[in-house]
Each structure stands twice: as structure tokens, then as C-alpha cells.
Design a protein. Structure first.
Length: 157
């Protein structure tokens, strides 16, 4: 039943990149493209292996200045069509649900798949080199207990 693999190149338009930048809280998304290969595994499953490339800017968590990032990562997703059983409930085991991306009406949402892969590739705490938190207050002495201010306040009663 296995057919020859199908190769596809997808590239986000300027409008799509702008929408994705807003969706993921990016300062800029200058490039997003992917090369994917589809291979039918059986009547209900299709494997999609790919490599995505992106160039983007995120806000530094310390300074809010742009932090440039280049993403170049491979991914694999298995799309699965649930068996259609009229009037019957289809049971999906928890480990199956995590393993497959479901097909809705037989359509594979490749653009959304690439967007989700980009989202998990983003640095959750982008930081400019050398950026450090600076406190407005002097730090407490190392030997002082964190409860010392409470003890002082209580003693003042």
C-alpha cells in the first residue's frame, strides 16, 4: 500500500509571516519556509518529515531590545484519519492522541504544522548577550534571614 514519497516546499508569504509574528509575539518574522516529504504508511496514516528554516526577532526579556534568532530544525509528524463509524464512539487512547495529528476531512494542514513546529522552536527567554537584571534596591546582607523584615515589624508592635 505504500506509495512513492511526495516532496513539497512551502514558504510563508509576507502577510502570513506578519500574522504569525503577531500570533507568537515576535518583533519580526523575516523568513519561514520548509521542505517536507510525505509518505503513506497505511490507509489511515501519512508521515510528514521536514526541515523548517526561519529568521526572526524576539524581544529580550531584560532590555526588550530585539534578539535575532535563526531556526533550522527538522521535524516529523504522523497524520492519522480516525475511522468513521456512524453512530459509534471512537476511542482514542491517551498515548495515541499524543503520537498523531488528526486529519479533518482528509486535509493535512501543512502550514499550521510548520507554524506549530516554529512555535516550539522559539527561545522561551530570549536575552541579549550581556543583559542582566539590575535591582533598584541594595540586596539584603547574605547572613540576614528572608524573614528578618517580618521579625522587625513584629517587634515594633
Amino acid at each position: 500500500m505504500r506509495e512513492s514519497p511526495v516532496d513539497l516546499h512551502v514558504e510563508a508569504t509576507a502577510e502570513e509571516r506578519q500574522a504569525l509574528a503577531a500570533r507568537f509575539g515576535l518583533l519580526a518574522l523575516d523568513r519561514l519556509d520548509a521542505d517536507v516529504r510525505f509518505r503513506r504508511l497505511d490507509d489511515n496514516r501519512v508521515r510528514c518529515r521536514g526541515r523548517l528554516r526561519a529568521e526572526l526577532a524576539q524581544a529580550c526579556v531584560v532590555t526588550l531590545e530585539p534578539v535575532r534568532q535563526v531556526v533550522d530544525e527538522s521535524f516529523e509528524v504522523v497524520f492519522s484519519r480516525l475511522p468513521e463509524a456512524e453512530g459509534e464512539k471512537v476511542e482514542i487512547r491517551e498515548h495515541d492522541a499524543a503520537e498523531y495529528e488528526s486529519l479533518i476531512s482528509g486535509d493535512m494542514e501543512i502550514g499550521e504544522c510548520v507554524a506549530q513546529q516554529l512555535a516550539v522552536s522559539l527561545d522561551p527567554y530570549p536575552r541579549q548577550p550581556g543583559a542582566a537584571w539590575q535591582s533598584a534596591e541594595e540586596p539584603a546582607e547574605a547572613s540576614e534571614s528572608p524573614f528578618a523584615p517580618l521579625a522587625k515589624a513584629r517587634a515594633g508592635r
